[in-house]
Design a protein around this ligand. Sequence first.
Ligand SMILES: [Zn+2]
Length: 99
Amino acid sequence: HIAFCPHGPDDGCDCRKPLPGLIHQIEDALKVSAEGAWIVGDSIRDLEAGAAAGCKTALVRTGKGEKSEYKLTSHPTLADAPVFEDLATFVDWLIAQQP
Ligand SMILES: [Zn+2]
């Protein structure tokens, strides 16, 4: 499923990150809960949206990720989120976690 927010910052929608509405749209479309799922993003807003929906959070250094990593270290609730070079590195790590 592909979901995106078509709104601007002044539109007052609930799907623009860091609000979790986009994740709730995905939950509705797939009829699953995102709670406990991973959200992987390159921005703090991505992780905040995921955390608000009960997701585990990971940051990647690609895109805006390197700038975000600097902010992440002082974030009040996300500072412990793991950081990966890119999405492939995250996936390799996640697969290695499986029993
Ligand atoms: Zn929106």
